[in-house]
Write a protein that binds this ligand. Structure first.
Ligand SMILES: Cc1ncc(COP(=O)(O)O)c(C=O)c1O
Length: 409
């Protein structure tokens, strides 16, 4: 197509926009012959088609519900769904008021809204290194800069936070549970330390928690939101220093594009104003259907089913790595206790983008880790998703990938 007059009209903001390496990769990985450990996709065979179908029918057959579902709605979200979320979230000593719940079109929209209301050009955000690529993409147009904090097997190394605070950051972006991309969770001690430092230095926290409900262990660790709600300190000037995000994407279906934010009144009000300019409100139809599914208590059992499936797939992937990856070559991987992802660190000289080029020839896809590092690095790392492929394909894919690794070593 001819270059159009529009090209010279793009705002300078658009120069900072880039396509996600993962989205581009998903296009290749969508070929049916590819064994994909690439995207962050839930297992489609677990989508509750019948429950969603029955809920949709109930909504549409009832004139009152149908009118609500097909009409414009309030920006804050469907009141009944906000109440359901408030009660779903009220645990570990935390009590959530439905007024502090905002429904968004995916957590991805919440990240953009947060960028819009908090980030001025050259503002610093504290992020884990590596961190969720989608947040970096959402905040790039607002001109965010990053102060990175290293991680180990207990998550963000909180001792490094005071150094990062020297940049006068707007907030700390923390992925407390089964982090995307590493699968690592923050230990309870680190969570407590993070809340303590956040209060002491008055740097608030954005806790992004899409995977917390998918915990393979018997006792989940309390969220930063729950810990902070219990934290009494004379320095605490706000009712909550934590803005919390979670989503229906991994516990119901991502196609509904439904997520929620829990935040203090002032933040909710600003996000509502920003959201009005963006999409007026999240689709009422999806909200009504999700509420019809959730209100029966269906999700409790469904989440258990998802956990069982992903735990098994995690085990298959770990066993296959043990069996097939070359030993004593300095290759290490994480042992996630929930979520969707596992993280591999290769020896320094292995470039995982090159590795991907090779493995795609054998029809195996993963995500090279470097794009999760906002300041560069991580060229020898990679993210593997274990939720999407059936067990036999995981085995087959890891077998093939290990052969490619052996050739490259
Ligand atoms: C850490 C994190 N935040 C946000 C999102 C976006 O989720 P949603 O589907 O609710 O937009 C994802 C999706 O994978 C994620 O991993």
């Amino acid at each position: 197509m001819k270059a159009s007059v529009w090209e010279s009209k793009f705002s300078s903001r658009t120069e900072r926009m880039t396509s996600s390496a993962i989205r581009e990769l998903l296009k290749v990985a969508a070929r049916p012959e590819v064994i994909s450990f690439g995207g962050g996709m839930p297992a489609p065979e677990l989508f509750p088609r019948e429950e969603v179908s029955a809920a949709t029918e109930r909504v549409l057959k009832n004139p009152e519900l149908a009118n609500q579902a097909l009409q414009y709605g309030t920006t804050e979200g469907l009141p009944a769904l906000r109440e359901w979320i408030a009660s779903f979230m009220s645990k570990d000593g935390l009590e959530v008021n439905p007024d502090n719940v905002l429904i968004t079109s995916g957590s991805q929209q919440a990240l953009d809204l947060l960028g819009k209301i908090f980030i001025d050009e050259n503002d610093y955000i504290v992020v884990e290194n590596p961190t969720y690529l989608g947040a970096l993409q959402a905040w790039a147009p607002y001109g965010a800069e990053y102060a990175t904090v290293p991680m180990d097997q207990d998550g963000m190394i909180t001792d490094a936070l005071p150094h990062a605070f020297a940049k006068n950051p707007k907030f700390i972006y923390a992925l407390s549970n089964f982090q995307n991309p590493t699968g690592v969770s923050m230990s309870l001690e680190r969570r407590q330390k993070l809340v303590e430092l956040s209060t002491k230095y008055q740097v608030p926290i954005v806790e992004d928690d899409p995977y917390g409900a998918l915990c393979f262990e018997a006792v989940p660790t309390p969220s930063l939101l729950a810990i902070e709600s219990q934290y009494e300190n004379e320095l605490k000037s706000e009712p909550s220093n934590v803005v919390y995000l979670s989503t229906f994407s991994k516990i119901l279906t991502p196609g509904l594009r439904l997520a929620w934010v829990i935040a203090p009144d002032k933040v909710i009000n600003k996000m509502v104003q920003a959201k009005q300019g963006m999409d007026l409100h999240t689709t009422t139809f999806a909200q009504c259907v999700a509420y019809e599914v959730a209100r029966t208590g269906f999700l409790d059992g469904h989440i258990q089913k998802i956990i069982e499936c992903y735990r098994r797939r995690r085990d298959v992937m770990l066993e296959s790595l043990e069996e097939n990856m070359p030993v004593n070559k300095g290759i290490t991987w994480t042992n996630p206790q929930g979520g969707l992802f596992l993280w591999i660190t290769m020896p320094e000289h292995i470039n995982t983008t090159r590795l991907l080029e090779e493995s795609l020839k054998d029809n195996v896809a993963f995500v090279p880790g470097d794009s999760f590092f906002p300041l560069g690095g991580g060229k020898n790392t990679m993210r593997l998703n274990f939720s999407y492929m059936p067990d036999a394909k995981i085995n087959e894919g890891i077998g093939r990938l290990s052969q490619v690794v052996k050739r490259m070593l």
